[in-house]
Design a protein around this ligand. Structure first.
Ligand code: ZN
Ligand code: ZN
Length: 242
């Protein structure tokens, strides 16, 4: 179980983002029934962009932004749905397919932008053994500036809407931190446990890694009103230089 997965790539903490704009997208169920949760994700990203040296605009563009291919969250998720005769993974979405499609989106080539996709459906990814893992919370690829996150496990855990908003905002802060370069190459006080903890901060910090729903909720609650959006001084110094 991993909180997130970062595509390996070269690390440049002060590398410019692919654009001066972040598009927040979500599936139509979340847009219709939980707009406050989508807003919480946007708030989390804005918490970070407002600390940056070069501000970046954040906009919710919803579940449908163009006609046809690459034009809606549904287009991406329909292609990523897993059909599993054993039933183990049926109904889950395969991140690898969404990632491949995001990377080949012609709109991304024409006008580069940062994307943050929020999904209510469960998400998984192909693991090191070549088979789908149990689940992933999400994954972020800073090389193409795209992050995909699922809140399915938090919905299943029966969190109330305030807790759900708090944890969604925290995850958005954390993932946007990765997008602007907080990882193994730039985090000063790194967690030495390896594995899923690699490239994360050992401090009580937004960039700390968590491995379960209760751990994520506890960390999000403890950091929600902290200064600098919960980032420790070391991680904050990387953000303000971005
Ligand atoms: Zn992370
Ligand atoms: Zn930190």
């Amino acid at each position: 179980m991993t909180h997130d997965r970062i595509t390996p790539g070269s690390t440049h903490p002060n590398r410019p983002l692919p654009s001066s704009e972040v598009f927040v997208t979500a599936d139509s169920v979340l847009m219709e029934h939980a707009p406050g949760i989508v807003q919480a994700a946007e708030d989390g990203i804005t918490d970070v962009t407002s600390m940056m040296h070069s501000p970046i605009r954040v906009r919710i563009i919803g579940s449908r932004w163009a006609d046809g291919e690459y034009g809606s969250t549904q287009w991406f998720t329909e292609r990523a749905g897993i059909t599993d005769p054993s039933g183990t993974h049926s109904g889950k979405l395969l991140y690898d397919v969404i990632h491949r499609d995001l990377a080949s989106d012609p709109a991304l080539q024409e006008s580069p932008h940062v994307g943050y996709m929020l999904l209510g459906q469960d998400l998984t990814a192909i693991g090191p053994d070549g088979k789908p893992m149990n689940f992933i919370f999400g994954a972020t690829d800073k090389e193409i500036g795209q992050s995909v996150q699922s809140i399915a496990r938090f919905l299943e855990a029966g969190l109330d809407s305030a807790q759900l908003a708090t944890v969604t905002r925290h995850i958005a802060r954390h993932e946007f931190g990765h997008l602007i370069g907080l990882d193994g190459g730039s985090i000063r006080s790194q967690d030495s446990r390896g594995g899923i903890y690699q490239g994360h901060c050992v401090n009580t910090c937004t960039m700390r890694q968590v491995s379960s729903v209760p751990e994520a909720v506890d960390l999000a609650e403890s950091l929600k009103d902290a200064p600098h959006a919960g980032f420790c001084d070391d991680c904050t110094s990387v953000i303000v230089a971005a």
